[in-house]
Design a protein around this ligand. Structure first.
Ligand code: MTE
Ligand code: MO
Length: 407
């Protein structure tokens, strides 16, 4: 859908959210008229994104950051990737928003208004790493279909909300509960209201973690429209597809949730390693849970030029799904030898960690590459070039590399 059509089909509430300012006299705007502030806009303006972001698709919107745009310790909206499977919801009015809880394993059916959720349950704030399962897909060979994410489908923002477990306890969970499935108000590309663009979830053990939130704030403000306003699930450290945006219903399931993109080969990888290009039956594909260890050099930009003798101050972030990062190394000789970097402790569990190092051992003038490699708390390190191939191109956690010229 063209941005203009989106605006045309939006309610006043959504337009107000997009503009970030109250539309005075909005109620009397002629039907179908697009306010000037939103005319001739572009995705960067529409979503308040940095012009340096890359638009991979506009129907649905899929926009990624570059490595150096992710330099902040806490990712601002301006450089947070957008991954949509469908069209933005038509109505995101917070005042009338409700959350329904149902499912075979719910003790009762319950419906909360957003206001009730905010007043009834304690608020918690965590920094949570969200990485799309397909981040890095563009490097796989044979290539996988889907958005060709490079490096920038990852973020770590500060999320505020209520614990999913607090709501589940309030509703009552039967002992046979297995999974929580989310339902949201975004629209299927076909515009068929019977179809959901995505309806995934997490097993009970993840749902009951302290850091698993139903969030209504991101970085201290209302969640931006594209990121799930007014209510989203945030399950840090897991493929970000489990963090449903625009949530209006949660189902407590007595089976592994079977919503859209839970079944078949979606967000699944071969249970056992396979040769590149091999055909795999759905039965041999397993749901991705905790994301693998990974890191990103956010400074300097690839292509940096330094004078001989000048110190290179390298920095970035590292994360490891449910685990933490215990060691960070860099190499200037294509992985032949590695030197340790400083790695900070995470702000809280499931937050990415910051690394830094001063490099001054480039022996002579010339072309170098600086490679970064994180090791998780169980001793597993990132692969140097590519991890095992999988048909959908998920989980590429290869070492990030930047080019450096010493002149
Ligand atoms: N309702 C809904 N939730 C969703 C999606 C979606 O399309 N619809 N995309 C998922 C996927 S695949 C990812 S990677 C993350 C992206 O979150 P972001 O756009 O806030 O960065 O949202 C997830 N939650
Ligand atoms: Mo994703």
């Amino acid at each position: 859908m063209k941005r203009r059509d989106f605006v045309k089909n939006s309610t006043l509430g959504t337009i107000t959210t997009l503009m970030g300012i109250e539309l005075v006299f909005g109620k009397v705007i002629p039907k179908g008229y697009t306010p000037l502030a939103l005319q001739d806009s572009d995705p960067f303006k529409l979503f308040n994104k940095d012009k340096g972001m890359t638009v991979l698709n506009d129907k649905p919107w899929n926009i990624e950051a570059t490595a150096h745009l992710l330099d902040d310790k806490i990712t601002p909206n301006s450089s947070m990737f957008i991954r949509n499977n469908g069209l933005l919801p038509e109505n995101t009015e917070a005042k009338t928003w409700t959350l329904e809880i149902d499912g075979e394993s719910a003790e009762q059916l319950k419906k909360y208004t957003l206001k009730e959720l905010k007043s009834k349950f304690k608020h918690h704030t965590y920094q949570l790493t969200l990485e799309c399962g397909g981040n890095g897909r563009s490097e796989f060979n044979p290539p996988a279909k889907g958005n060709q994410w490079t490096l920038g489908a990852v973020s770590c923002a500060q999320w505020t909300g209520i614990r999913l477990k607090d709501i589940l306890e309030d509703v009552g969970v039967k002992s046979d509960a297995v999974y929580i499935g989310y339902h949201a108000t975004d629209r299927h590309l076909s515009l068929n209201p019977e179809k959901e663009p995505i309806s995934r979830g997490v097993p009970m053990s993840k749902a009951m973690q302290e850091e698993t939130l139903l969030a209504f704030k991101m970085n201290g403000e209302d969640i931006p429209l594209a990121h799930g306003y007014p209510l989203r699930l945030v399950a840090g450290g897991w493929p970000a597809s489990t963090s449903g945006k625009w949530i209006n219903r949660l189902s407590i399931r007595n089976i592994v949730h079977d919503g859209a993109k839970m079944t078949g080969s979606s967000y699944r990888v071969p249970c056992e390693p396979v040769a590149p290009g091999k055909k795999i039956s759905d039965n041999d594909m397993c749901i991705i849970e905790s994301m693998p260890v990974k890191s990103l050099i956010t400074y300097p930009k690839t292509g940096a030029i330094l004078k001989k003798g000048q110190v290179l101050e390298l920095r970035g972030h590292a994360w490891a799904g449910e685990l933490s990062v215990s060691k960070m190394d860099y190499s200037i000789d294509f992985g032949a030898s590695w030197t340790e970097c400083l790695i900070e402790k995470p702000k809280n569990r499931l937050a990415w960690q910051h690394f830094s190092v001063k490099i001054n051992d480039f022996p002579i003038k010339g072309y170098y590459e600086v490679w970064a490699r994180a090791t998780d708390s169980q001793g597993k390190s990132q692969p140097m070039l590519l991890p095992g191939w999988n048909p959908k191109g998920y989980l590429n956690n290869a070492c990030h590399r930047i080019a450096v010229k010493i002149s």
